[in-house]
Design a binder for this molecule. Structure first.
Ligand SMILES: [Zn+2]
Length: 488
């Protein structure tokens, strides 16, 4: 069989005023074909999984464009149109194909399109014809839309958040797509809308058990795949929100029933799976008193670049400086200008610098601080689930009170411990760290963590989900409405 593989991944935070342009994709490195050495946001691992599967089955694999951008505001229209056109021209050159595997995020919007993935799938289906099997591997923070469902045969979301199972999910997607292409299965998809908005890490109970249950169901007769789309909480589109979908082998009623049962189970757990946040003054007090040898981690979830925030907010930084708390590291604070100043000043220089708070009111005010340049790097990077993620030119500066700040030039959530240690910061010597991240850092930091606190600060990724200023999606969801099912 002949398989076509391509992908466009971007996650839109509808409330960000910073557009996603071509530069955001180019920053990650765009894979134009199989010979490319680029690894946009670690997706090469998924590509290799599909390659291996194709090789084992002696299939022919044609690799088209794979592009990915850090989450931010809507994709500017010319960039979206260029990427889509490139994917389609790659497909046209590969036709005829039996199977198409697409790596899509699922929450991309452009200036003129609220459902880019549905739009791409529609164009791909039109071009490939009704007989080609189309499979899509999605991020769980996707908007599962009816348009997507109608154009694809197989839709699989990663199950884990942190996303530690991307490669396995890509392989499962390809496997099922090949089976559909060969006529061995007749995929039937059932969907249940949980009417919930939130963020639900899967490394602790009860979400951990929920994921295990999804996996075990996939071993039941006729059930091919079970996915939970958490939804992109800050994506303001009509079909946003958490959805469970199940693919069975030609058993639509079974797919509907299992999706409903799982979705209702998740809804019943809504209080237990909610992420509790702690007030800023309270967490800083905890940090000042922290004596455990392991780290107290303050997750700056409202300023998580992994969800489209800027990564330069100063609410926590300001509080730490005002209270003179040391033996704490904070990063990565996105401030290319401050990095440049630190590099010009040189290691050992102690001077007054203005850091953070540059991109808008949601980032707070810039902070003026006297700091010493401890180390600079022309090109810094961090571990990204086994791949490398560039942070650009970066600097480690230290305040007189002993607060270590990592300044970076490429927006990125904290993923690896080496965001800090790569500059020379000894994490073991600290009492705590502040990470611009929600969950993905945990995979790497776990052995060092004493406790994680989710800090309640203003920002683009506010944790009061009931107050997100949605305009395009309806407001009948939990936690905005106590019983969203009671109203219909
Ligand atoms: Zn995600």
């Amino acid at each position: 069989m002949k398989i076509f593989l391509a992908g466009i991944l971007a996650e839109t935070n509808s409330f960000s005023s910073c557009p996603t342009g071509m530069g955001a994709f180019e920053e990650q490195g765009i894979r134009l074909n199989a010979d490319s050495l680029e690894d946009p946001m670690g997706m090469l691992g998924a590509v290799k999984s599909v390659r291996r599967l194709a090789g084992e089955g002696r299939h022919t694999l044609v690799e088209g464009i794979i592009a990915a951008a850090q989450p931010l505001g809507p994709v500017v229209e010319p960039a979206y149109q260029w990427l889509k056109a490139r994917l389609l021209s790659d497909l046209a050159a590969a036709l005829p194909v039996d199977a198409i595997v697409l790596l899509l995020h699922g929450a991309m919007t452009s200036e003129n399109c609220e459902d880019c993935e549905g739009d791409i799938l529609e164009a791909v289906r039109q071009m490939a014809g009704p007989d080609a099997a189309i499979g899509v591997c999605l991020d769980p923070h996707c908007h599962f839309t009816e348009r997507m469902r109608q154009r694809a045969d197989i839709l699989v979301a990663y199950k884990e958040y942190p996303h530690t199972d991307i490669n396995a999910s890509a392989e499962a997607t390809a496997q099922l797509t090949l089976s559909a292409a060969a006529g061995r299965i007749q995929p039937a998809v059932g969907v249940f809308d949980c009417r919930m908005v939130g963020l639900w890490p899967t490394i602790q109970e009860p979400m951990k058990g929920f994921v295990e249950k999804m996996r075990s169901l996939e071993h039941e007769p006729d059930i091919l795949s079970v996915s939970l789309g958490h939804g992109m909480a800050y994506g303001d589109v009509p079909e946003a929100g958490a959805k469970v979908w199940v693919i069975t082998d030609n058993k639509p009623d079974l797919a509907d029933r299992i999706a409903r049962e799982l979705g209702e189970e998740l809804f019943l757990q809504r209080e237990a799976i909610a992420t509790p946040t702690v007030a800023l003054a309270q967490v800083v007090g905890r940090l000042a008193d922290w004596e455990d040898t392991r780290l107290l981690v303050l997750a700056d979830i409202a300023d998580n670049p992994g969800g489209g925030a800027q990564g330069d907010s100063t609410f926590i930084l300001k509080e730490l400086i005002e209270r003179g708390i040391g033996r704490v590291a904070l990063g990565g604070l996105w401030d290319p200008g401050a990095v440049q100043m630190a590099r010009e000043a040189g290691v050992g220089a102690r001077f007054r610098m203005r850091i953070g708070g540059k991109t808008g009111a949601v980032s707070g005010s810039p902070v003026d601080v006297v700091a010493t340049v401890m180390r600079t790097l022309d090109e810094h990077s961090q571990d990204d689930f086994g791949a490398r993620a560039s942070l650009g030119p970066s600097a480690w500066v230290r305040t007189d009170a002993g607060l270590d700040v990592v300044l970076i030039s490429r927006r990125q959530q904290v993923l690896g411990t080496d965001l800090f240690s790569g500059l020379g910061i000894e994490l073991e010597a600290l009492r705590g760290i502040v990470v611009k991240s929600m969950q993905h850092f945990r995979a790497s930091f776990e052995p060092l963590i004493g406790e994680v606190l989710f800090v309640d600060t203003p920002g683009l990724m506010r944790s009061d989900f009931e107050a997100i200023p949605f305009v395009r999606r309806d407001l009948n969801y939990w936690p905005r409405v106590a019983d969203p099912f009671g109203q219909s």
